[in-house]
Design a protein around this ligand. Structure first.
Ligand code: NAD
Length: 259
């Protein structure tokens, strides 16, 4: 078990969206634990409990909670459980996204109403819903963050409706930041370059995106989840007290290139 020392010692961090050890949420939870934070891990499917438990074992007093963000009852229960278990929460990491696989094939113009609604409900509204229940527990101020992708601003083949959802997510970050600033709660997005995870493998154009980024970025090579996670630990810390409403891009510099 890690000693609770470091810049986040004594803080409680909720990390939503650990599917397995390859999840960006998993790497973020590890970084937050290494910085001393007590963890509350959420997972959707029972099969994720094994890896969620590995994280819980890193810091005494950590726990895992099942939560499907399609269900308001689940999110209500999560808020109630966090209040009962920890009282105060300091950090919320939202690392959740989903679009029906059919929407990530073919042309964007073929997006269905149902696919559009599902992608936005799971990938965007869930951040608002979680902030509604968890920001009231941030009585000492706090840091909320979510995961985005450059597909919010630029067109990547077959990223399709997820790109539009990420644009909505980044806008949501700015609106939440404006609402929650008075409570000294900061809200930011981490825009990560391509990293091989379960969700990423579901995007047919993912290998092309990843290989192009690794070959062309100013800093060559594949981005790791740890590189993103270390920025998350910074954002969770008081060192980032002046940053809110921001989208921080961690992509080895790929986004600065024109050609
Ligand atoms: P992942 O598959 O490990 O994580 C996605 C998570 O979303 C899983 O834990 C899954 O259970 C959860 N989820 C989906 N539907 C849910 C629901 N209804 N209720 C609760 N949880 C649900 O993949 P990842 O790549 O770690 O994705 C995490 C975040 O990072 C996503 O927002 C993704 O868009 C973003 N992101 C990923 C990359 C990449 O290249 N991997 C790049 C930029 C941004």
């Amino acid at each position: 078990m890690a000693e609770q020392s470091g810049p986040l010692a004594g803080k409680v961090a909720v990390v939503m969206g650990v599917a397995n050890q390859w999840s960006i949420g998993y790497a973020i939870a590890e970084s937050l634990a290494n910085a001393g934070a007590k963890l509350a891990i959420t997972y959707r499917a029972e099969r994720s409990l094994r890896d969620a438990t590995k994280l819980v074992e890193l810091v005494p007093g950590s726990k895992a909670f099942q939560c499907d963000v399609d269900s308001d009852d689940d999110i209500d229960k999560l808020g109630d459980d966090l209040k009962a278990e920890y009282g105060v929460v300091d950090t919320l990491v939202h690392s959740i996204a989903f679009a029906p696989p059919a929407e990530l094939r073919g042309r964007f113009i073929e997006t269905t109403r149902e696919g559009f609604i599902t992608a936005h409900a799971v990938s965007v509204y869930s951040l608002i819903a979680a902030a509604q229940r968890i920001s009231p527990l941030m009585t000492n101020g706090g840091s909320i963050m979510t995961l985005s992708y450059l597909g919010a601003d630029r067109v990547f083949p077959q990223y399709n409706v997820m790109g539009v959802a990420k644009a909505a997510l980044e806008s949501t970050v700015r609106y939440l930041a404006a609402d929650l600033g008075d409570a000294r709660i900061r809200v930011n997005a981490l825009s990560a370059g391509p990293i091989k995870t379960k969700s990423a493998r579901g995007i047919p154009g993912f290998s092309t995106m990843k290989d192009a980024a690794a070959d062309k970025s100013p800093i060559k090579g594949e981005l790791t989840a740890k590189q993103v996670a270390d920025v998350a630990a910074f954002l969770a810390s008081d060192a980032a007290s002046g940053i809110t409403g921001e989208t921080i891009i961690i992509d080895n510099g790929f986004h600065v290139l024109g050609i």
